[in-house]
Design a protein around this ligand. Structure first.
Ligand SMILES: NC(=O)C1=CN([C@@H]2O[C@H](COP(=O)(O)OP(=O)(O)OC[C@H]3O[C@@H](n4cnc5c(N)ncnc54)[C@H](OP(=O)(O)O)[C@@H]3O)[C@@H](O)[C@H]2O)C=CC1
Ligand SMILES: O=C([O-])CC(=O)C(=O)O
Length: 294
């Protein structure tokens, strides 16, 4: 018998495989799917949501279904959705899926800087009972920040420092030749809200820090293009009644996208592990071989 994500002894009445929808097949999505198929949930049915209906080869013998619209995805009845496609996919897919009671894990945390969208997500999760999880992504220490917040935080600062190449295609490239940068240049200072909205592919971490700590307006953000660094460096500093926090993390970027850190993909995978574990306790029947859409 092939291996399942759940311990067979713990499964009362096997009925079907857990169905995981993955939004986006880019640098993070491909890492995530490899992890699901090889280790996290080898018997899961996976449906990949793409902008175009391009077929995908199976990963570790797991057939990958492909959907290109929300109606087809809803018809497939996913048990949970993992978003790694960008801010637009949050409103396009996560909102209607949450409304239908589908648990969601969101990597594009910066999308929640759009206050009406954030409100809608929370409302749908509340009404449908679905879980909405955002990831710490490319940073860490958010558990400490969240724990410290109720006791009072005086200030929270986040600095995102990446090589110039990682800022191509962003407002940082306007009026500036990033390839000619010889020293570190601050390309943004301001609130986490404005950072997340202006840099949707680079400031999701700023949004995650804001959500964990003192919110989008009060979280101070600095973004730096730095030719001296080879990694994506994230720094979190905070002071409050608890004491003082300073965390610095130097992340390897994913080979196919210099903007995105490998840790972001690992963090999404870890959140998926946690959610599957929770779902296993809630509905032990989720385990049998898949029946895919697409
Ligand atoms: N929280 C964190 O720490 C981090 C969060 N992120 C978030 O994760 C996202 C994905 O990162 P990454 O994988 O590196 O990015 P990539 O650009 O490598 O991949 C994004 C993928 O999403 C697809 N896509 C884009 N829009 C849609 C849509 N509306 N519907 C379906 N698919 C879509 C793209 O498809 P196509 O090929 O057709 O263009 C592409 O395959 C980022 O945009 C960012 O928002 C990223 C890094 C860190
Ligand atoms: O992956 C990273 O290093 C961080 C990132 O892009 C983001 O915060 O959006």
């Amino acid at each position: 018998m092939s291996q399942t994500v759940f311990e067979p002894a713990e499964v009362a009445t096997p009925q079907r495989a857990v169905r995981i929808a993955v939004l986006g097949y880019g640098a993070i999505g491909q890492q995530l799917i490899e992890a699901i198929a090889h280790e996290v949930a080898p018997q899961a049915a996976i449906c990949v949501v793409r902008r175009q209906a391009l077929p995908l080869p199976p990963v570790a013998q797991t057939p990958l279904a492909v959907c290109t619209d929300v109606q087809a995805l809803l018809a497939w009845q996913p048990d949970l959705v993992v978003e790694c496609a960008g801010h637009a996919a949050v409103s396009q897919y996560v909102v209607p899926l949450l409304a239908q009671g589908v648990d969601a894990i969101v990597a594009s945390v910066g999308a929640l800087a759009d206050a009406p969208l954030h409100g809608l997500l929370l409302q749908h999760a509340h009404v449908s009972g679905a879980l909405l999880r955002t990831v710490s992504g490319a940073i860490g220490g958010l558990d400490a920040l969240a724990a410290a917040a109720p006791a009072g935080l005086d200030w929270v600062r986040y600095t995102g420092r990446k090589p110039p190449l990682a800022w191509q295609g962003t407002p940082a490239a306007q009026g500036r030749d990033l390839t000619q940068l010889r020293q570190a240049e601050t390309i943004y200072t301001g609130s986490a809200r404005a950072a997340a909205l202006a840099y949707p592919k680079n400031a999701n971490v700023a949004a995650a820090v804001a959500l964990a700590g003192i919110g989008f307006e009060r979280t101070e953000v600095q973004l730096v293009a730095d030719p001296e660094v080879q990694t994506n460096v994230h720094e979190l500093e905070a002071q409050g009644a608890f004491g003082r926090l300073h965390l610095r993390i130097a992340n390897e970027a994913l080979p196919s996208n210099p903007k995105s850190s490998w840790l972001a993909a690992l963090s999404l995978t870890q959140e998926l592990r946690r959610l599957l574990e929770l779902k296993r306790h809630r509905s032990p029947a989720l385990q049998q071989p898949p029946h895919c859409c697409g």
